[in-house]
Design a protein around this ligand. Structure first.
Ligand SMILES: [Zn+2]
Length: 556
């Protein structure tokens, strides 16, 4: 199915009045999720008018510090809901409504469901200004279409928005790796990888590269699409693999459920992502990958090279506009693999993905719920000496290259401590830059217990230091004519837990912008009297209950 314009597809009004270029598209591979909309470039600035793409009504308004920041949902009679994210500001009447609800709930973050009478919408009606709020790293409009009945995001590029794409997907890297004990690539059990080159219009492996294979092997391929007028890497729409001209794998990026989006860690080669930062699509489906994008009628199973003959591999990637690219190469099958010595095994036990798994050694306990793993795991456990201020050794729970679909529970017994410090304990781990960061966790029954979303190294540490609060003005400064108060808030380890600001003893709405470590208060002459001295009290608490207070004044 290609670019179906009209017919059952609705004809939408464009959400912005500038030419539409994309920095991201539907199904693009992101961290722990598939991108659910399209990211529309806004010429590097905030403040572009955003319009309702169809008649309907505002059904939901959500304000978050992360995620979509300020967003608005419009439900249309044609069965779709449109979502607009990272907005700077709503139009005045909607903004006043949201502000009222934020003061009522005493919270920056609100999630409001509205009836069809509050803000009915015409097709093409102005709704908000584009921006950069939430988890957005530059001004753009996140635009999303969902099926109203199940809230599944659908591929917005299949509708009539004027978005040009004449650029075919580009292949970059292929990975081939054993999936069973007999698997070998070029006589080795290690993952094979090769950069891909383009020759006479077709992608292939570089001249002279040989691939000899035996046993059951997995493959994954790094491939991206590009759209006209932008250099951003976008996601492909379909991927197919043919072995000796027989279709063995295929997927189509039409629709998914938000509850499925984390299966991206099964769909992609998680190890290549963690170790090399490469996002590659697997060309087989893992046993516990329940994504709906795989086409029925293809097996999507790993390849078995058990005959001494060449196997012809052909991989086709396409975009929604119908541009496609082909990758072709040959794999020489090896009937009898070279016997290799059993590699030294650090693993302790094999865990089945479809069972509950538990592990206990000394002060450490691991509980992994059923269907947390995507495939069976040779579980490993090690420990290394305390480091970077940890109170315990670092415990290595499996390895970071193994993804989990759900959280698992890690319990580490506390060392002897002053009871006043019990609740200041948390788990620490290393981030990608090998710096210490919090992995969360709470003190419970003489241990620290944490729900974790990845494997790796963990140890107990203490956070006894309150957040740092730095106002960006001097006490008593004259701020008349200025639009907002700005205060930097930073925590050393556990992270910002909550904050509360009062101006002249009245609760005041401070907006939290975590990516810039900033709190904003937008001056509002309806709430504070202009031309006088004001008193500000701001409490900021980290996730371990360490609290700091700023008490200062300003003129406005
Ligand atoms: Zn987006």
């Amino acid at each position: 199915m290609l670019y179906s314009i009209g017919q059952d597809r609705s004809s939408f009004f464009p959400p912005v009045k500038i030419p539409i270029y994309l920095s991201g598209n539907f199904g693009e591979l992101r961290s722990d999720h598939f991108h659910s909309g399209i990211d529309i470039k806004t010429q590097g600035v905030a403040g572009h008018h955003v319009f309702s793409v169809e008649e309907g009504y505002v059904s939901r308004i959500k304000v978050q510090a992360n995620g979509y920041g300020k967003s608005i949902y419009i439900t249309h009679p044609n069965g779709y809901t449109s979502v607009y994210g990272h907005l700077n500001r709503y139009r005045d009447d909607i903004d006043a409504y949201v502000n009222k609800m934020q003061y009522k709930q005493r919270s920056h973050m609100v999630d409001l469901y509205l009836d069809r009478l509050t803000f009915p919408m015409e097709k093409g009606e102005f709704i908000a200004y584009s921006g950069n709020t939430g988890s957005s790293s530059g001004p753009h409009l996140h635009f999303e279409l969902r099926s109203t009945n199940n809230q599944h995001p659908v591929n917005a590029l299949q509708f009539n928005f004027d978005i040009k794409d004449q650029v075919a997907p580009r292949f970059y890297t292929i990975f081939i790796y054993p999936l069973d004990k007999k698997g070998q690539v070029n006589g080795k059990v290690e993952k094979f990888s090769s950069k891909l080159v383009k020759d006479k219009g077709i992608y292939t492996i570089p001249y002279g590269t040989e691939i000899r294979a035996s046993g059951t092997l997995g493959m994954s391929v790094e491939v991206f699409d590009y759209l006209d007028g932008a250099s951003n890497r976008c996601g492909i729409y379909t991927l197919e693999m043919y072995v000796d001209n027989k279709l063995s794998y295929s997927h189509t990026m039409d629709e998914f459920a938000f509850s499925e989006t984390r299966y991206i860690n099964a769909h992609t080669d998680y190890e290549a992502n963690i170790t090399l930062g490469v996002k590659a699509h697997r060309l087989h489906r893992l046993p516990n990958d329940k994504l709906r994008i795989y086409n029925k009628g293809t097996k999507n199973s790993p390849l078995v090279f058990n005959e001494a003959r060449p196997y012809h591999i052909r991989i086709v990637a396409s975009d929604v506009a119908g541009n496609s690219s082909v990758l072709e190469f040959e794999v020489k099958g090896n009937a009898a693999p070279i016997p290799l010595p059993d590699p030294a095994k650090g693993f302790i036990t094999t865990m089945s993905y479809d069972r509950v798994n538990a592990f206990k050694e000394g002060p450490v306990q691991v509980e992994i719920p059923v269907n947390t793993l995507y495939q069976d795991l040779d579980f490993s456990f090690l420990s290394s000496p305390p480091a970077n201020g940890s109170l315990t050794p670092f415990y290595h729970i499996a390895t970071p290259e193994v993804p989990v679909h759900k959280s698992y529970t890690l319990t580490i017994q506390s060392p002897p401590l002053d009871p006043l410090l019990h609740n200041k304990q948390l788990l620490i781990t290393y981030n990608d830059a090998h710096e210490i960061e919090s992995a969360g966790g709470e003190f419970k029954n003489s241990a620290v217990v944490a729900k974790l979303w990845n494997f790796g190294q963990f140890a107990i540490a203490l956070d006894t230091i309150a957040p740092k609060i730095t106002p960006l003005w001097k006490r008593g400064a004259d701020l008349s004519g200025i639009k907002d108060l700005r205060i930097t808030i930073l925590d050393n380890l556990s992270g910002i837990g909550k904050y509360e600001g009062y101006i002249d003893n009245q609760w005041a709405l401070f907006e939290y912008d975590p990516k810039n470590d900033l709190l904003h208060y937008w001056f509002d002459e309806k709430r504070i009297a202009q031309g006088s001295v004001h008193e500000l009290e701001l409490y900021v608490t980290d996730k371990k209950g360490n609290i700091n207070l700023l008490h200062t004044t300003f003129n406005w």
